[in-house]
Design a protein around this ligand. Structure first.
Ligand code: AMP
Length: 123
């Protein structure tokens, strides 16, 4: 499949800088293709971000290039939910996409939110 990430400008991407260790983050997990760290502005008692090391602007781009990566990221998210003790009471995984989706950082990331009750629908 086409490598769409090649068209992205990654040198100014804050999450690429976290992957590269050029920007500090409270990293809680990493493997060959993903990194998980605490959200700098937590919206819940547990608020982690899981990102791919490879730069994809959003989930649409990643799904076109490597859909299985998204499954592996979900496995990391549920593993972290377990480690944080969220499996019994539940949690939320969020992937804001694009302007109207509320995405503020253009590097694919899933939010893992837990430790409180979540409202629905989201704002
Ligand atoms: P979104 O609005 O869905 O794109 O989510 C981006 C998230 O990244 C927000 O919840 C921010 O608080 C978080 N964030 C931005 N910069 C950093 C950073 N340097 N370290 C950790 N989290 C960050």
């Amino acid at each position: 499949m086409a490598d769409t990430s090649g068209s992205q400008k990654t040198e100014d991407c804050i999450f690429c800088k976290i992957v590269a260790g050029e920007l500090p983050a409270e990293v809680v997990y990493k493997d060959d293709e993903t990194v998980a760290f605490a959200d700098i502005n937590p919206a819940a008692p547990v608020h982690l971000l899981v990102i791919p090391r490879k730069h994809y602007t959003n989930v649409v781009e990643a799904a076109a290039d490597d859909p299985a990566l998204i499954g592996r990221m979900l496995a990391v998210l549920t593993r972290l939910a377990g480690e944080k003790g969220l499996l019994e009471d539940g949690f939320r995984i969020v992937c804001n996409t694009g302007t109207r989706g509320g995405q503020s950082v253009p590097h694919l990331h899933f939010h893992l939110l837990g430790g409180r009750s979540m409202a629905w629908p989201p704002g």
